[in-house]
Design a protein around this ligand. Sequence first.
Ligand code: AAL
Length: 389
Amino acid sequence: MLTKMIEPERVILTLAGLLLAAAGGQIHADPPTGFPYQFPDQKPDLPLSAAMERNYTAYPAPRPENNELFTQFKYTRLKGFDYNGHDGTISRRDPSKIIAVDGKYYVWYTKRDTPTPPQGAGNSTDVIPSADWDLADIWYATSEDGFVWKEQGVAVPRPPKPNVGWRSVTTTDILVWKGKYYLYYQGFMEASGTRGDDCPVSVSWADSPDGPWHPTHKIVIPNGPPGQWDQYSIHDPYPLVHNGKIYLYYKSDSNGDPYIRMHGLAIADDPLGPFTKHPLNPVVNSGHETTLFPFKKGVAALVIRDGNEHNTVQYAEDWVNFEIKSIVELMPNAGGPFIKDAFTDTDDGRGITWGLSHFTNATGNWKKNHAILARFDCDLSRDVDDPSM
Ligand code: AAL
């Protein structure tokens, strides 16, 4: 009992400390030579461990709070969307990026409204969905403030068989180019899950964000040739404008089961194509749904969920060669940010502060499998004082 209360080593050290303090006012006779308590913003002139070396060389700033591509994410429930009591028959997911037109925000997304929740590929029929994004159409909603949304109706319905997307049109994203609007989306020709999540990308265009939308019924980003990483699926098309061209990033899977998900880039002079896939594809070795935004001269990417480099924010000054800039947590799934300069061909990208994302399996009961849209807020903006960001 006594030995627990009085530890002899402590007594001796404390006494030694008191004696030193009385003699010279400090415990160390010589100045300390180890890593300092006052954390240096510049790499100190000291021998450094591999971890501390990396802390000064691999990230924009050695402290996360001073790193402009570090953020935390905050989520808010949206008002205005009905989910049928969350019984799994209505799902909204994979929001596009958000654009502002005439003082209103617009978003497009996958909406499924089916008699039952998804039942798996084996049980799916013409009306029973296999997956959450099966038998879906592309809908849109508008908002004045980004929190309260009004669903406006269908933008791109799935076309009659055998057109591309007859089984489901999903996971859309918007491009504004020379006064016209383009929606790119996954066009399923069979129920997702039958072989995999296989599909190419098609596009519809309109003169106004309210439509009417004109389907091209064409495959604009085709699957890769047999044996290549993107031979089965082109997912999450995500167009931005750079160098006077359309830079469309997309996700695909390689290596069978389990999938390795990666991202590629396809470039075009015209929104309807032809798109040329970049010879260095895949350009991002990880990630799931695709979220990017112009930042300074380059482009930043939210790399979520899958792969060695998931949970990172990455940056490519040349829009092709990405590097990890920060490690973050609770990233938005399928984030569709409001980006002021997505289509302005900027070389001084301002970043993002909010957008919509989705949460899946919102009831915690997979038999009621569906997704809901939510708002995310973050601090990846260079315009901290601009309330419209
Ligand atoms: C999503 C996206 C694509 C997939 C499926 C629906 O989160 O990656 O859109 O096909 O899941």
